[in-house]
Design a protein around this ligand. Structure first.
Ligand code: BDP
Length: 708
């Protein structure tokens, strides 16, 4: 072999070793050194046969190959190092029945036991899906090099339905999607099943996600036609072994569009029959179909209002059709009217509060975390605690519509945690949003949580490698809404990159502070909805004159020579009235309002004094600067970590962090110059003066921003 070709071959091999495109997500199964765990895979007993058992075997094989370069050897139950089986009488001696009874169907128990004199690790559960979840958790422990606690380890989800919402259109564009096209290749389905569908199911199951709404809330009724149902059925078949149900968005006017009826009135007998027949047809294709997600009477979507009917009458129509098959309706509360001059933050509450108790028992109302629209930070939606008789599910946005799209690192677990842990006071102290979502507070047996997906056809699924962490975090919090962000970050980093503490520590710090950083350089102190028009990428505090008041930034920030902020007290829109009196009182006074929500609830003069004695204008400017400083420092932190991970992901992340630092500056300069026109105050010391003038920042107009 000539010297140069040898060199070429060598560098190719080296490149392979260091190349990692991130496709494997947190299921990397990278090589580790741990002889006792290596041993585990040399004799494994797995009881039973089913497609879920096959999925378990497949996962064990991948893990063993990746972490130890060994194949799994199956053995009999006796002498097995790892034993995976459903709980039965025979296991009563090692795990008492009442221990198992305390676990729900999908829970699992992992324990090191003594079986006929030999020690073995037992993974047991009441269902095969429980076994799958237990297997994933065990493999994660191995990858993180963690020991099993001697008393064993058990876990079970507290929320029943843990669902991703894809805003994917049938032409494969993704509304508010920034990482390529939809992964559902409708054109090739049902004949071609892409490996990516299987890997999608594996990733979801590994964090306990058990449902997926395949289509956009701005729905296309075509998805309910036989041609598409056949395709949906093919996906459902791939997901079934992984315990994932499929759901579809139902366009309220489908009886007209598909059924050629003259009306979609929910009280019309023909309409009822049309939906009953349609649902029967769907279940013929997909026997375990989960149900419908519906956006009605909002942003141009048809709904019961078209027929002067209520949201409850609309939801119940579909609920009755689904009931015989145990299907559910997730009816969105994101309803606001084109005509109403009412503060948008109040409209959903006004609409749904009088309907409490009128929904069928298989309806759950899906409420966004905040009442405006997935802003970088919002106070929790007043419907949480507002409705008692109706089960409510949380809708978080994982895709970063208002948080810098794919290029800005924002780890969202702290934002989700902040909302989930907020006390609504609905039934006294401790009435957290998490307890409402899990159904505990008002004793609802139906419980669910949804996350609007950030997944697309990009090779690494989510654009920014770090945004995989938001998909992961959603799953973890859906499984256990009391989970801590720092645990989630820790696990994700170790599973995705490395367990080396010198890498984990700084990366975790960056992640945990990143949401606050983005809030600081975009919308500090409770500002909201001041993004660029329509695509929402970049600053746009000057957006005004749109055909609806509440689509203008100027409506939300209300900046004038007097001051800034949206007055939601009794003197203003009185949105505060919708919260529990305890919170209403606290938040009505700017002095007792948490500063993070100050301008959300109050319109204040530019020289209002903040907690630290600074005036509002200075405090605002400094927060913008803090955000910029942190974005810049993240680039340096990341640079200091070169060599800890593969070059491919290192470089990719580095280039995104640089974009973020540049754009944080864009945000700061644009917003400060714009607001300065009103405050008429100098840029305070410690805050960098913008290099260009406001006109320059206003003229930046990125073309063809994806996701609209
Ligand atoms: C807004 C998005 C829009 C969605 C809407 C919704 O801008 O694309 O359709 O929410 O949730 O955030 O229905």
């Amino acid at each position: 072999m000539k010297k140069w070709s040898f060199l070429l071959l060598f560098s190719f091999v080296a490149l392979q070793a260091f190349a990692n495109d991130g496709y494997k997500l947190w299921l990397q199964y990278y090589s580790i050194n741990n002889s006792s765990y290596r041993e585990i895979f040399s004799s494994v007993y797995i009881e039973g046969e089913s497609s879920t058992i096959d999925a378990i075997k497949d996962e064990l094989a991948r893990a063993s190959k990746g972490m130890f370069d060994e194949d799994v050897v199956e053995s009999s139950d006796e002498g097995a190092n790892l034993r995976i089986q459903l709980y039965d009488q025979g296991l009563r001696d090692v795990i008492p029945e009442d221990e198992m009874n305390s676990l729900s169907e999908q829970g699992f128990f992992i324990k090191e036991i003594n079986y006929n004199g030999a020690s073995q690790v037992l993974i047991t559960a009441k269902s095969q899906i429980g076994l799958l979840y237990g297997t994933f958790r065990f493999l994660q422990k191995i990858q993180k090099n963690e020991k099993l606690p001697t008393y064993g380890f058990k876990d079970a989800p507290t929320i029943e339905h843990r669902i991703l919402n894809h805003w994917d259109n049938l032409d494969r564009t993704v509304e508010r999607g920034y990482s390529g096209f939809s992964i559902w290749n409708w054109h090739r389905l049902p004949r071609h099943i892409d490996q990516q569908y299987i890997d999608y199911a594996r990733a979801n199951a590994s964090v306990g996600i058990n449902g997926t709404v395949l289509t956009n809330v701005n729905a296309n009724s075509l998805i309910l036609t036989p041609e598409y149902l056949e395709k949906v059925a093919a996906l459902a078949e791939v997901f079934r072994p992984y315990g994932i149900k499929v759901y579809l968005t139902a366009r309220f006017s489908s009886p007209i569009e598909l059924g050629k009826l003259e009306t979609a009135d929910p009280l019309d007998p023909e309409v009822k029959k049309w939906w009953a027949d349609k649902v029967e047809e769907i279940y013929d294709y997909i026997p375990d179909f989960g149900g419908f997600l519906v956006k009605a009477d909002s942003e141009g979507q048809p709904g019961p209002h078209n027929y002067k009917r209520t949201q409850a009458e609309g939801a119940n129509l579909l609920a009755d059709a689904l009931k015989p098959y145990n299907g559910i309706v997730m009816w969105r509360a994101f309803v606001y009217s084109e005509e109403s001059p009412e503060d948008r933050a109040k409209q959903a509450y006004n609409e749904f509060k009088p309907l409490d108790g009128q929904f069928r028992d298989n309806v759950i109302v899906q409420v966004k975390n905040g009442a405006i629209d997935f802003q970088p930070r919002e106070p929790f939606h007043s419907l949480f605690g507002g409705l008692e008789k109706t089960p409510l599910m949380m809708e978080f946005q994982i895709t970063q519509e208002y948080l810098g799209h794919d290029t800005h690192l924002a780890f969202l677990a702290p934002m989700y945690e902040e909302i989930l842990q907020t006390d609504t006071h609905a039934k006294g102290e401790g009435s957290t949003v998490s307890k409402i979502v899990s159904g505990q507070l008002f004793n609802h047996s139906l419980s669910a949580i949804a996350g609007v997906s950030n997944i697309g056809s990009d090779r690494n699924w989510t654009g920014h490698h770090f945004h995989q962490a938001n998909w992961f975090a959603f799953g973890r919090l859906a499984w256990n809404p009391e989970e801590k962000s720092s645990n989630i970050a820790d696990d994700w980093i170790k599973l995705t990159f490395s367990s080396n503490e010198e890498f984990v520590r700084p990366v975790k710090d960056v992640m945990l502070a990143s949401h606050e950083m983005v809030v600081n350089y975009m919308t500090p102190l409770g500002l909201h909805h001041i993004m660029a028009w329509d695509h929402h990428y970049g600053p746009g505090p000057w957006v005004t004159g749109k055909h609806r008041e509440d689509w203008n930034s100027t409506y939300y920030h209300q900046a004038s020579e007097y001051g800034i902020g949206f007055d939601r007290t009794a003197e203003g829109s009185d949105a505060l009235k919708q919260y529990h009196p305890e919170l209403e009182k606290q938040w009505s006074d700017p002095e007792t309002t948490p500063e993070k929500f100050l301008l959300w609830f109050h319109h204040l003069p530019w020289d209002y004094t903040l907690e630290n004695g600074e005036i509002l204008w200075d405090g605002l400017a400094k927060r913008y600067q803090e955000g910029v400083d942190e974005a810049r420092s993240n680039v340096e932190v990341w640079r200091s970590l070169e060599g800890f991970i593969d070059a491919e992901r290192y470089e990719h992340v580095l280039s995104f962090l640089k974009i973020q630092a540049e754009e944080a500056e864009w945000w700061k300069n644009a917003c400060l110059l714009y607001f300065q026109q009103y405050s008429q105050k100098p840029i305070p010391e410690g805050v960098e003066k913008p290099e260009k003038d406001l006109e320059y920042y206003k003229s930046i107009d990125p073309k063809f921003v994806p996701g609209i």
